[in-house]
Design a binder for this molecule. Structure first.
Ligand SMILES: [Fe+2]
Length: 238
């Protein structure tokens, strides 16, 4: 706004005959060019308490997980607010700005992956429609549902913290089970996330200790296949 005022003052000085109405018109035209992120609503944590009671997931583990997720949402908003200050005072070349900028997508992807994960859970007695386009594509790409699941579960057994994401590559139409380590490392650029499984230790150790496969079994028993199938785009190739 300060720059805009200076600009308008300069215009007024250099063009003394510029009428007030014209200044107002310039001001109005300039408004859309001024990115005012303060007008953007903060991200809000979604409520997943309806998942409480899922077989194989204790209330304590789920509530702890919800709290962790809410932390990502909080930090996304916090970092965006901090970055606005750097943008406005010209200190964007400082190491502090650059590290906060690097951190932003780690928090954001942590937030979004958790939302996708919680959203594809809660499918009590859910069945995977064998006639659905997603199921058919899985069979086409992996040979069978069982072969796809074996690969997905094996990916979930990788040592270290991370996520397993069944991605749809919109360019080739292929389905790929991907390992996403840190939230922001390993995501498929332009890929459509179809099924997401959290295998960070907080997701399973409270209930299963180091028995990650026991947790993965419980995860599969609670997948909402309708949600998952609906994520598969109707247009399979770009
Ligand atoms: Fe998590």
């Amino acid at each position: 706004m300060k720059r805009l005022t200076l600009l308008l003052t300069a215009i007024a000085i250099s063009t003394p005959l510029l009428a007030n109405a014209e200044i107002a018109a310039v001001q109005n035209q300039a408004k859309p060019l001024v990115n005012t992120p303060t007008s953007l609503a903060p991200y809000k944590a979604k409520d997943y308490t309806y998942l409480i009671g899922m077989a194989g997931f204790s209330d304590y583990a789920l509530n702890t997980h919800f709290t962790l997720y809410q932390g990502y949402v909080k930090n996304v908003n916090l970092l965006l607010d901090i970055l606005k200050q750097y943008d406005s005072d010209g200190s964007e070349k400082t190491p502090q700005y650059q590290e906060i900028k690097r951190r932003l997508m780690w928090e954001f992807d942590g937030m979004r992956l958790h939302e996708l994960y919680f959203n594809n859970l809660g499918g009590k007695n859910s069945t995977f429609d064998r006639n659905s386009p997603l199921y058919q594509q899985i069979v086409s790409d992996f040979g069978s549902y069982e072969a796809w699941k074996k690969d997905f579960v094996a990916t979930g057994g990788l040592r270290g913290i991370g996520w397993v994401v069944l991605y749809h590559d919109p360019i080739s139409g292929r389905l790929i089970n991907a390992w996403v380590g840190e939230h922001d490392v390993g995501n498929m650029a332009s890929g459509n996330p179809i099924l997401i499984m959290d295998v960070w230790e907080h997701a399973y150790m409270l209930d299963y200790g180091i028995d990650r496969m026991g947790y993965i079994d419980a995860f599969f028993n609670n997948i909402d296949w309708k949600v998952v199938a609906n994520r598969y785009p109707k247009e399979q190739k770009a």
